[in-house]
Design a protein around this ligand. Structure first.
Ligand SMILES: [Zn+2]
Length: 238
């Protein structure tokens, strides 16, 4: 008869809360993160020293990921203020949350005394913010792509603006460039970087030296890698 997995919780001096599951079927130590803890699944008879060694190896990386997973709470002071998208939240005499768009940006109106800690409210706010980003992105990104294509001489077939949470942009072999609605939440220099990156893929479908040479040419004076590093610091919200 095999024993069911056993769980124990430790408060580690360096790595915070760790939830250890001893599983007779585990062959090696597997770690993942939750916003409030590092989860470890370990073989039934793993020693404390094995666990400690695994933490020494992976703890820092897991901690970074954990910080990223602690979602940002959206409250009434939340705002987005980039060259493309301006959005604010305003308490007003409405009975339900609503998104208003004007030439000047977007306002999410919420009822007075809204409980911002409620999960439902957070979900509705995220939906409204994405709605604003989608509306804004569809208006500005295809136009900007066209301008950059004309300036650089790259040819693409079609531009789509999509709600995907995995990447900022992509370029298909058939020449369709897909752009993420969340791009409008970034500074315009990074938006241009992503658009130019996808335009360069219409010529070089890879990330070879030739690709980066093209990128350096269109982001003169050769800023492609610096912009890429800056983009990497921006994680996708929502
Ligand atoms: Zn690429």
């Amino acid at each position: 008869m095999t024993m069911p997995p056993r769980q124990s919780i430790i408060e580690h001096k360096q790595w915070g809360r760790i939830i250890i599951t001893r599983n007779p079927r585990a062959r090696r130590i597997i770690m993942r993160v939750r916003p409030d803890a590092i989860m470890m699944t370990v073989p039934e008879y793993a020693k404390d020293t094995d666990i400690e060694r695994a933490l020494t190896e992976c703890g820092a990386r897991l901690k970074t990921r954990q910080q990223q997973s602690q979602e940002q709470i959206i409250d009434k002071d939340f705002s987005i203020d980039t060259e493309y998208l301006r959005l604010a939240i305003k308490e007003s005499a409405v009975s339900r949350m609503r998104l208003i768009g004007s030439g000047n940006g977007y306002v999410i109106e919420v009822p007075q005394n809204t409980d911002f800690t409620s999960a439902d409210t957070q979900q509705m706010l995220r939906t409204a913010i994405k709605g604003a980003a989608k509306h804004c992105a569809a208006r500005v990104l295809p136009q900007r792509l066209k301008e950059l294509a004309e300036r650089t001489g790259f040819k693409y077939k079609r531009c789509t603006v999509r709600d995907v949470s995995s990447r900022w942009g992509s370029c298909s072999t058939s020449g369709t460039i897909s752009l993420n609605i969340r791009l409008v939440m970034l500074p315009s220099r990074l938006v241009d970087y992503v658009l130019l990156h996808e335009l360069c893929h219409t010529v070089e479908m890879n990330h070879s030296d030739r690709f980066w040479a093209l990128m350096d040419k269109v982001t003169a004076p050769a800023k492609a890698r610096a912009l890429r590093a800056e983009l990497k610091k921006n994680r996708m919200l929502f």
